[in-house]
Design a protein around this ligand. Sequence first.
Ligand SMILES: Cc1ncc(COP(=O)(O)O)c(C=O)c1O
Length: 388
Amino acid sequence: MSTHRIATRMERIVPFYVMDLLARAKQLEAQGRSVIHMEVGEPDFVTPEPVIEAGKNALTAGHTGYTAATGIPELRQAISDHYGRLFSLAIDPARIIVTPGSSGALQLVMSVLIDPGQQVLMTDPGYPCNKNFVELVSGVPVGLPVGPEMNYQLSSSQIEDNWSDNTRAVMVATPSNPTGTLVERDEMVRIHETVKARGGQLIVDEIYQGLVYGMSGYSALELADDIFVINSFSKYFGMTGWRLGWVVAPEPYVESLDTLAQNLFLSCASMSQYAALQAFSPQCLEVLEQRRQEFERRRDFLLPALQEIGFEVPVKPQGAFYLYANSSKLTSDSFSFAYDLLEAQGVAITPGKDFGIHRPEQHVRFAYTNSIENMAEGVRRIKEFLAR
Ligand SMILES: Cc1ncc(COP(=O)(O)O)c(C=O)c1O
């Protein structure tokens, strides 16, 4: 009998299809083909110079060891000051736990909240890893179908209708991946009240905070101090590879999160933490604002360009860098559409299948993490593909 027995939970953890697609795209590129990338969920800009410089200096200064599991005090303070600057909030740095990406934060939060068999409600479509974080702690992820009529976001009434004795938490992301839509502030207030009234826990993923267009954003931290708020240096700050994020936790959970962080991670990379101190410097914030404006220009280019060739985007996304497009006028199977498009024309996009089971075959996600020039070429190639 084989001794190689993979735990049964792995049967419920599905691959991230876009990674397969990305691997194929790289293969094609290695063969000399040109590929236009609109599948990757990371900014195409490198980390701003002040952060890179600070990272180098951190190494020179010998910041190469473990730090406190919750992060260096200077960074927790800097994150607190950031909330002060943005939203006039005074967040106790003791509630801020620095983590290896927001992925680390999500693992910590699910671990301290969810007992085996307890449910976490979330959107479908939604960020694919969320359900796996719940699976990892033997919880039950429950994807609730959301469509354009509700901004692709959960509503308080939907949460009410789907609440059960086993429901422990609700997770929302604003702006969202893959749809780029926001939860309106009034709705977030209602969602919070609904969850609280049932003794549940609200978790808000604000990892795309700062990447909001044509309106001003808010933080769920403005509403109450009993919400878990997740954030990251990955997207807005352009630091995906530095693996640094954070969670602002309700005070009663801080000790457990600290204990778990000590065990799971020991600490985040010290170089990254010292570098991130510069992410809030005026020079860096200026660069980030220019990039935000560039993302907005890209959205304003790509949205009508896709609509013109037959994709439907019924809700204008106001954040992140994604367009979740209905492709049902062009194909009945978005999965093979994405693969065929890559093979035939060298354009990489993400099939809806990565984001859930609610009408995935009718959708694809475009990431506008590429220049307008390249995206224009991508759109031209898609048009050619559709005219075959
Ligand atoms: C909604 C959402 N949450 C969390 C993450 C995880 O990012 P990171 O671990 O780099 O902070 C991502 C990454 O794409 C995301 O889109």
